[in-house]
Ligand binder design. Structure first.
Ligand code: CDP
Ligand code: CDP
Length: 226
């Protein structure tokens, strides 16, 4: 079973995917983290994140591994490091490169085909797993998304202004939606959920309700309470 969750930055994908996977007792794959790890590799090599030839040459030397919610670049854990601003600023141009997408999509399919999985990203329901059993597209107002991110950045000790975070989000939305390769867009058969006025629990429940309504799916929690 594949549950695809796509949507723009701050719409709630990560939080929702993690909790849905926990409740269903299945794996979760954060594809954004994979693009972030590659971007960190590009920055650490001192390359211009817009230089597709240089990034392509480097790509073979970058190995990304996932272990639950932890991510490793060339064997070194980068789980927290990839959330910092320098990576956030550079990730959209790197993710728009064809060679980067080909490498990541093939790794995502390899991981997703081995197990039941909640997969979140930008192109999961459209490109990576177009035949996913369930597809959701989360959206939320830009201001709400920026405020959520601002709070997260402050918790991490990065003191950006609301304007700066809004600018980062709008820039990424624009680049992710307008690129030639796998642009961010809702799959025709995805269910859209606007999370602006929902609690995390409510948005998780919407997805769980949909999955639970399928008689072929056995919930881990219902098994536990029986
Ligand atoms: O969590 P947040 O929404 O900030 O972003 P993310 O999911 O960590 O993704 C970071 C970036 O990776 C996005 O802005 C996209 O440029 C790229 N990405 C992508 O191109 N395709 C995906 N399936 C997932 C992420
Ligand atoms: O992965 P994505 O960028 O789509 O969003 P996220 O990282 O799951 O959510 C961004 C932040 O918003 C997290 O700190 C969530 O806890 C928070 N959030 C929220 O406060 N209320 C919601 N209804 C959804 C998410």
């Amino acid at each position: 079973m594949i549950i695809a969750i796509d949507g723009p930055a701050g719409s709630g994908k990560t939080t929702t995917a993690r909790e849905v996977a926990r409740r269903l007792g299945i794996a979760r794959l954060d594809t954004g983290a994979m693009y972030r790890a590659i971007t960190l590799g590009v920055l650490e090599a001192g390359l211009d994140p817009q230089d597709s030839n240089a990034v392509e040459d480097l790509l073979d030397s970058l190995q990304v591994d996932m272990e639950g919610d932890r991510i490793f670049l060339n064997g070194k854990e980068v789980t927290d490091r990839i959330r910092l601003s320098d990576v956030t600023e550079a990730v959209s141009p790197v993710s728009a490169m064809k060679a980067v997408r080909e490498k990541m999509v093939s790794l995502q399919r390899e991981i997703g085909l081995k197990q039941d999985c909640v997969v979140d990203g930008r192109d999961i329901g459209t490109v990576v797993f177009p035949d996913a059993d369930y597809k959701f597209f989360l959206v939320a107002d830009t201001r709400v998304r920026a405020e959520r991110r601002l709070k997260e950045q402050a918790d991490k000790g990065e003191n950006l202004s609301l304007d700066e975070v809004t600018r980062q989000i709008e820039m990424r939305d624009r680049m992710d939606s307008s690129r030639d390769q796998s642009p961010l867009k809702k799959a025709d058969d995805a269910i859209e959920i606007n999370t602006s006025n929902l609690t995390i629990d409510q948005q998780v429940q919407r997805i769980i309700d949909k999955v639970e309504s399928n008689p072929n799916v056995t919930m881990k929690e219902s098994l536990m309470t029986e």
